[in-house]
Unconditional design. Structure first.
Length: 158
């Protein structure tokens, strides 16, 4: 495994981060038929980089950004035992750097960030059919919590 550095993202990283976002969207399309066709964005990455309630991280190897992730403070539903939680997303690692613990280190750094903000609850979402991602998240301590289900009703169903 190569040595890597985890650091906060800066605006000059946006070109690479936007490429990661598109790669992530393409990787998720097979899991979710409801993702619109064509060009789209999941995130306002520039806003996340400057947002005081968010932390965008990158992993760098030999001067190249190879992985990313963000954490953001979110309001919890009013019936839960916590008022806020940290939501993690934008977990992407270039394929040739997967399996080296880089994403785990990003998650560790983001959970430390969350703890420093008093956020004890940390959540993320992952597609149920994305077994490699689920395994990676379980490896760093996440547990399955809830499954969101859907049904598509078409005019033919009537």
């Amino acid at each position: 495994m190569k040595n890597f550095l985890i650091r906060q993202a800066v605006e000059s990283d946006l070109k690479t981060l936007l490429q990661f976002e598109q790669a992530l969207i393409e990787a998720e399309r097979p899991f979710d038929p409801t993702i619109r066709k064509g060009s789209l964005h999941y995130y306002d990455l520039k806003e996340f980089i400057v947002n005081k309630d968010a932390e965008v991280l990158v992993a760098v190897v030999d001067g190249q950004i190879v992985s990313s992730g963000y954490g953001i403070a979110k309001a919890a539903r009013p019936y839960l035992d916590h008022k806020e939680y940290a939501y993690l997303g934008f977990m992407y690692t270039l394929p040739e750097y997967r399996g080296q613990g880089i994403n785990g280190k990003i998650i560790e750094t983001l959970t430390t960030w969350a703890r420093g903000r008093g956020l004890e609850e940390v959540r993320l979402t992952v597609y149920d059919d994305n077994a490699p991602a689920i395994a990676a998240y379980e490896k760093v301590g996440f547990k399955k919590h809830i499954i969101e289900m859907r049904i598509l009703q078409t005019s033919q169903d009537s």
